[in-house]
Every structure is written in C-alpha cells, then in structure tokens.
Design a protein around this ligand. Structure first.
Ligand code: MN
Length: 287
C-alpha cells in the first residue's frame, strides 16, 4: 500500500512491499552532506524521499511497476562536518558494502562531492558520466581540494574514463585542463549544434557494452524546471532531453550505480524535489 502522508515507512516511494534488503536490486543511500557547497543540500535526501511518495508507481513508458525490482532505502549516512575526507571515507565504505552484495547503489545527495566516494568504491574498469552544468574540474577551490567544484577533477585522477554532458559554465583553467588531457566534455552549445541524437551516438560509441556509473547534478537541467539548486545556470536540459540521454546510456551500457546531487530545497515549492524523485524512479525503470 502506498501512503501519501508523512506516516512511516520513511523510504523511497513510501511503500512496504519489495523493500527487503536481500531481495532488492537497488539500494537508496541518503547522504545529507553539504559542507562545501552553496545552498542547503543537507535537507535534500529527506525532502526527495518525502516527494517520492507522490510518484505514480506505474511507469507509463515501460508499462511496468519498476518498484517491483526491489528498492531498499538505507538510513541516512551521518555526515562528518569536521572533515570532508572523513565524510567521503565513511560514504565510500557504505557504497563498497552495497557493491559487494551485488546491488545497485543510488546515492541521494547532498552536494556533488559525495560522488568521489563512489569513484573510490568502484573499480577502474568503469566509465563515469557526469551530467552537470559545470565541469567541476578545478584543482582547488576556496583553499580546498575536496569540494563540489573539484569533484570532476578528483574523479579524473582516480579514473580517466570521465565523460561530461551538458556543461555550459567552465573556467579558463578547467577548459585548458580538459583540452590538454583530452577529457570528453559535451558542451551544451555543441550539443545544440550537432543535435542530441548525434551527441548520443558519439557517447554510445565510447560506452557500448561497458560498465557505467552515472552522476546527475540536478543543475544539468534547466532552472525553469529545477529551480532548487545552489548554482543555477540558464539553458539547461529539458525533461525529455535528459530522459533521452539516460535511455541511450542504459540501453547501451550496464549502469552499475548512480547518484543525484545538489538539490537545495526551496521554501516556496517542492518542484525540484519531485523532479529529482521522479528522475530517480525513471532511471530505476530503465536499469
Ligand atoms: Mn556539479
């Protein structure tokens, strides 16, 4: 039974059925860590879980009820505010444990820095795809190396198979770093020129049959549909565009885990939390 109010169970979709850990294919890991970012991401995991109760369980596209694949929601990972390194270490251990049990981890942030924990937990033979308005390739930001603006760079140091999609804001330093290291960035402006289908054809060539970890910064979407985020950038992806991108990726590769980060709930509406929850459910339907 689906409950629509704030009664237990406090899990993704607010359902009791198919939520047994052993039987679940997916494990939701709420990570309320936001020490370095702009905005208020620490409330996002709980707000996204709350919003997920409003989602229709039947997926019109697949004509299925994807929750039947089994979705287990873990307790929140208690954040370590004193040290980002320690926070990442704690998250990494949880992700490692979920991977070992052969389940698909889904991290709900929290700020983008948490993806570093997944990069450390996964083996090197996978591709990291970052959907983001920003390149996040700075070597250092505000005197620190472990933060949301540097997370792409840290991932790249661990795993060279990094692809970025939808970027429309980048510093000169990041641009030159990406160019000299041949990091594949699909800038939004270039995607518009060659078209989304051709863009995805190029990406699919790279990832065909490979293992992929997806990280979705909510600011990859247009701020008009996802206003609750710390660094909104104009000219983002539409809902249909991101669904097409995710469909092409999931159809052609094996998605072994993903995260959704940088939602910063607004007091005036729940649009962004609902968008995030729905996107997670759509991705579950595709995997
Ligand atoms: Mn980001």
């Amino acid at each position: 039974m689906k409950s629509i109010y704030s009664l237990p169970p406090h899990n993704f979709l607010g359902i009791e059925e198919f939520c047994d850990f052993e039987k679940s294919k997916f494990v939701i890991i709420p990570v309320p860590f936001d020490s370095t970012t702009i905005g208020n991401c620490r409330d996002a995991p709980q707000e996204i879980l709350k919003a997920s109760r409003e989602i229709e369980l039947f997926d019109l596209e697949s004509k299925e009820e994807p929750y039947k694949k089994g979705i287990y929601t873990m307790e929140e990972i208690e954040p370590v505010y004193a040290s980002s390194e320690n926070a990442i270490e704690r998250i990494k251990e949880v992700v490692e444990d979920v991977i070992e049990k052969r389940k698909v981890p889904i991290l709900i942030g929290g700020e983008h820095t948490i993806t570093l924990a997944s990069a450390l937990a996964f083996q090197k033979d996978i591709f990291f795809i970052n959907l983001d308005a920003h390149a996040d390739l700075r070597d250092e930001y505000q005197g620190s190396k472990i933060n949301y603006a540097c997370v792409g760079r840290r991932i790249y140091e661990i795993n060279k198979n990094l692809i970025e999609i939808g970027v429309r804001s980048i510093s000169k330093e990041e641009f030159e770093f990406a160019k000299s290291n041949k990091i594949k960035i699909y800038f939004k402006q270039d995607m518009e020129k060659i078209g989304l289908e051709n863009t995805m054809k190029e990406i699919v060539k790279e990832i065909k049959g490979k293992k992929v970890y997806l990280t979705i910064d909510i600011d990859c979407l247009d701020p008009s549909i996802g206003p609750g985020t710390g660094s909104p950038e104009p000219n983002g992806l539409t809902w249909n565009e991101i669904l097409f991108i995710l469909k092409e990726i999931t159809k052609n590769s094996k998605v072994v885990g993903f995260d959704l980060v940088e939602v910063s709930p607004l007091p005036e509406n729940k649009i962004t939390e609902f968008l995030a929850a729905k996107l997670i459910y759509k991705l579950i339907a595709m995997i």
